[in-house]
Design a protein around this ligand. Structure first.
Ligand SMILES: Nc1ncnc2c1ncn2[C@@H]1O[C@H](COP(=O)(O)OP(=O)(O)O)[C@@H](O)[C@H]1O
Ligand SMILES: [Mg+2]
Length: 339
């Protein structure tokens, strides 16, 4: 049995993806799920949200193997194999595998083995490299009996992200209400379908090859990449822009999501975007709670009066808790993970 992987993906940056994953992983853990959260974005913003600089410095510059995703997989770029991950224990149910800016150098390794994985022989090594993220994440999940693995990646369609998506069971797409987000959404669906198809060919090629029987314990991800829905982020909207502009873009989402991601020509669309069943939530602009939470290195819904969350802030904290609880329950239901 493998642990399901949930990846948040789009190819437009700055839409609040990392903040969402940060908050949702805390919320799932608070609701009793055991969570491994992996930072596979070479920008490592999620790592910076969870750990302080001194800690990150010691992980990146210390000599302990396996303390970041990059350290776990980097021996594969030479003649070595995967190193067992050393997780950071964040809270009772929450573990993290930190990111690393050095990870971008693995992009070339992944690109060069991609064609080799479709060859007639010597397939084990390329298949192991292409699925390295999945292998590491499964080792991590086994160590702590995780129920779910959450993954953050950068906003692009490169080889690192292809490997992560191959490792992914469920995809959530965070969107801003602007031209760039919608244009990104148009590319997303076809890219996911293409990666899924190409990975299926590799799985078939592997299963048909005699080499397969020599590695009976070698498990591979199935590349399911099922989209569970999208999230609409209000905070990216410029406050000086009229509400009409936000509305104009947001109302286009339901149709583009169906065409691009679900690959159907919709014969009926929801009257208003807010009623779209594929919209998992609209994430509000949390204003000054965001820097307050960053300063105290905790999710906004855990801020207390001692952190400065008093008066109207205290109400906003309570609302945020309810909103994230609702979103976590919604996602849990859609991926068949009872809370
Ligand atoms: N709901 C929100 N309300 C206000 N600001 C937010 C919200 N979510 C994210 N931000 C801010 O927006 C910026 C981009 O968010 P981030 O999560 O890093 O996006 P991404 O991972 O998509 O690049 C950050 O400065 C973050 O603090
Ligand atoms: Mg990010």
């Amino acid at each position: 049995m493998s642990t399901p992987v949930l990846t948040f993906f789009n190819n437009k940056g700055g839409v609040g993806k990392t903040s969402l994953i940060y908050h949702l992983s805390w919320m799932f853990a608070a609701l009793g799920k055991r969570i491994v959260v992996a930072d596979i974005d070479p920008q490592a913003n999620l790592t910076a949200a969870f750990l302080d600089e001194d800690r990150i410095d010691s992980l990146w510059n210390g000599q302990e193997p396996g303390t970041t995703m990059y350290q776990c997989i980097s021996p594969l770029a030479g003649i070595g194999d995967i190193v067992k991950p050393e997780l950071q224990h964040i809270s009772p149910n929450l573990y993290m595998l930190p990111g690393d800016v050095s990870l971008s150098s693995f992009e070339d390794t992944l690109s060069s083995v991609w064609p080799e994985s479709m060859g007639d022989n010597n397939l084990y090594r390329p298949m192991r490299i292409i699925t390295a993220f999945w292998q590491v994440m499964q080792m991590a999940a086994d160590q702590v009996q995780a129920d779910l693995i959450l993954v953050d990646i950068g906003p692009n369609l490169g080889a690192i992200n292809r490997s992560v998506l191959i490792a992914t069971n469920y995809v959530v797409i965070p969107l801003g209400a602007d031209l760039f987000s919608l244009q990104g959404l148009k590319n997303l669906g076809p890219t996911l379908r293409s990666w899924k198809g190409l990975w299926q060919k590799r799985l078939d090629n592997w299963n048909d090859n005699t080499e397969c029987s020599r590695y009976p314990d070698f498990r591979l991800p199935q590349g399911i990449m099922q989209s569970v829905g999208y999230l609409c982020q209000q905070h990216g909207v410029r406050l000086d822009r009229p509400v009409k502009a936000y509305d104009k873009w947001v109302q286009r989402i339901p149709e583009i999501y169906r065409k691009s991601v679900l690959n159907v020509i919709p014969d009926q669309l929801p009257e208003r975007q807010e009623d779209d069943p594929y919209c998992l939530a609209t994430i509000r602009h949390y204003r000054s709670l965001i820097p307050m939470a960053q300063e105290h290195r905790k999710p906004i819904f855990n801020l207390t009066s001692a952190d400065g969350a008093i008066g109207s802030h205290a109400n906003a904290v309570r609302d945020a808790k309810n909103e994230f609880k609702l979103l976590a329950s919604r996602i849990a239901e859609l991926i068949g993970m009872p809370l």
